[in-house]
Design a protein around this ligand. Structure first.
Ligand code: AHR
Length: 511
């Protein structure tokens, strides 16, 4: 058992936690859209306008704030006109990025907007800069958001949508340093400026424009991009970072891993904080007033696909290890919510670190789903100051705070945490989220408030723990599941026990 103290100051609010940090990503990749979300109106799987009811219901419980679409790499080969009008006439194309399958475009703009309506979330659309044209991008925005009697608006109306849709978030291209066109940063920056210029605001619809930012540690991309764009062109730049236990050739199994691989995964997931901080430093040099936000619009674990599945479909299982990665990543995003305005885990259903897996009419919620559910109260709350006492060591440029886990050459913090506050019924309600990354030590955490504060009444405690390899199957869909308990809390110190390899969320009033 390792003991530590977490000091929480409910009076010291630091930044607003944008609900969009809890965003999701859906791509025409493998069984994410087709099978996973969209089964068509004639399917035997219960659906509304083609969207699976079970999936929509499960995602609504996560209060999904925003959904990114249509990719990913797919976005830069997607031509929106292929996905409108009568389905039988829609163009069939080869999805060259993801398995070479034939995409029949039966899920297009109208279907995506319908999905967002059913989920009650904001759409975040990535337009095609890599293989499209400025005119195509401009006309897509007009199709979605304009009113009046232009030919394009009439076409939308003829396709069944009279009113324009509300659309805020528009990404201009995706990974244009790679699958989106292998561009240099200066070439992309110029293209970006041209494209964004013709993505217009119609009526009272105001676009929030996102430029393609760096991959992981590509600091040069950020520097070159930021030196060429300003607030007049962009509202945010995006960062993509994936956690692979191994390398791109041998990523590692989702379920079959040893302790070394576990700690490597956790250490690599935590490394995102260094990366974020370095990109923010560069952004600050060019934008000292912080007019341009950072989006982490693709993140999560990426393993070898499940044996026997299509390598292009990126279908992977999801264990307690993934739950820890999700918990610590979300804590990091919360801690940087002064600059991170959105994050989108990849991807929502059946692809990479998914919330949900489906098989025919069956569905299961992954351990990562439970973490997102537990963290819901952080959405729209204010981050408050919280810290552990000790600084244990500085490891590869990262300060390890509080108790540490040492495993061979890896040192990581045993405790990941973030705390937020909201006002409810005139009282302060804290949300405390914690993860114990250790596989061998239970953590005993003293939650300590300043003397003038005390915990007030019933604390609701949600706990997700289990053997690190544990995961849910279609035969045993609730094998790993968070459970809730309630305790009466008072005074300014409360002790919480975190089992090895666990995620915990506490909601409690303080006065
Ligand atoms: O999420 C899978 C892929 O990862 C996306 O299509 C791409 O943007 C990234 O490389």
């Amino acid at each position: 058992m390792i003991k530590t103290t977490l000091h929480i100051n409910p009076a010291k609010t630091l930044s607003y936690i944008a609900p969009e940090i809890y965003g999701q990503f859906s791509e025409h990749l493998g069984r994410c859209i087709y099978d996973g979300i969209y089964v068509g109106e004639d399917s035997e799987i219960p659906n509304k306008n083609g969207m699976r009811n079970d999936v929509v219901d499960a995602l609504r419980a996560l209060k999904l704030p925003v959904l990114r679409w249509p990719g990913g790499c797919f976005a830069d080969e997607y031509h929106w006109r292929d996905g409108i009008g009568p389905k039988e006439k829609r163009r069939r194309m080869v999805n060259t990025n993801w398995g070479g399958t034939v995409e029949d475009n039966s899920f297009g703009t109208h279907e995506f907007m319908e999905l967002c309506d059913q989920l009650g979330c904001e759409p975040y659309i990535a337009v095609n800069l890599g293989s499209g044209t400025v005119q195509e991008a401009a006309e897509w925005i007009e199709y979605m958001t304009a009113d009046g009697d232009s030919t394009i608006v009439k076409q939308r109306q003829a396709n069944g949508r009279k009113e324009p849709w509300h659309l805020k978030y528009v990404g201009i291209g995706n990974e244009n340093w790679g699958c989106g066109g292998s561009m240099s940063p200066d070439f992309y920056a110029n293209e970006y400026k041209r494209y964004q210029c013709f993505c217009k605001n119609y009526g009272d619809n105001k676009l929030y424009k996102v430029a393609c930012g760096p991959s992981a540690e590509d600091y040069n991309w950020t520097k070159e991009l930021m030196s060429r764009i300003d607030h007049g062109h962009a509202n945010a730049i995006s960062l993509h970072y994936y956690t692979l236990p191994g390398d791109w050739e041998h990523k590692g199994s989702a379920t079959d891993f040893d302790e070394q691989e576990y700690y490597t995964t956790i250490s690599k997931a935590m490394y995102i904080e260094n990366i974020i901080e370095k990109h923010l430093e560069i952004m600050d040099e060019h934008d000292p007033e912080h007019n341009i936000d950072l989006f982490v619009d693709e993140w999560g674990t990426w393993y070898d696909v499940e044996p026997g599945t299509n390598p292009g479909f990126l279908y992977q299982q999801n264990t307690m290890r993934d739950a820890i990665v999700a918990a610590l990543s979300l804590n990091i995003f919360n801690k940087h919510s002064d600059r991170i305005a959105m994050a989108n885990i990849a991807q929502v259903v059946n692809v990479l670190q998914a919330m949900l897996l489906t098989e025919g009419s069956k569905i299961l919620k992954t351990p990562t789903y439970d973490v997102f559910r537990m963290y819901v109260p952080h959405q729209g709350a204010e981050l408050v100051e919280s810290h552990t006492d000790e600084t244990t060591c500085v490891e590869s440029g990262r300060t390890v705070k509080g108790p540490a886990v040492h495993y061979n050459d890896i040192t990581i913090p045993a405790l990941s945490e973030s705390v937020s506050v909201t006002e409810q019924n005139g009282q302060k309600m804290l949300t405390i989220t914690l993860a114990n990354t250790s596989l061998c030590d239970t953590l005993s955490v003293e939650l300590e408030l300043p003397m003038q504060y005390s915990f007030a009444g019933e604390a609701s405690i949600a706990m997700l723990d289990g053997e690190v390899h544990a995961y849910n199957t279609f035969e045993d869909p609730d094998h790993v599941r968070a459970y809730e308990t309630e305790e009466e809390w008072s005074g300014n110190i409360q002790t919480l026990t975190l089992p090895v390899n666990s995620v915990c969320r506490v909601n409690c009033y303080v006065c």
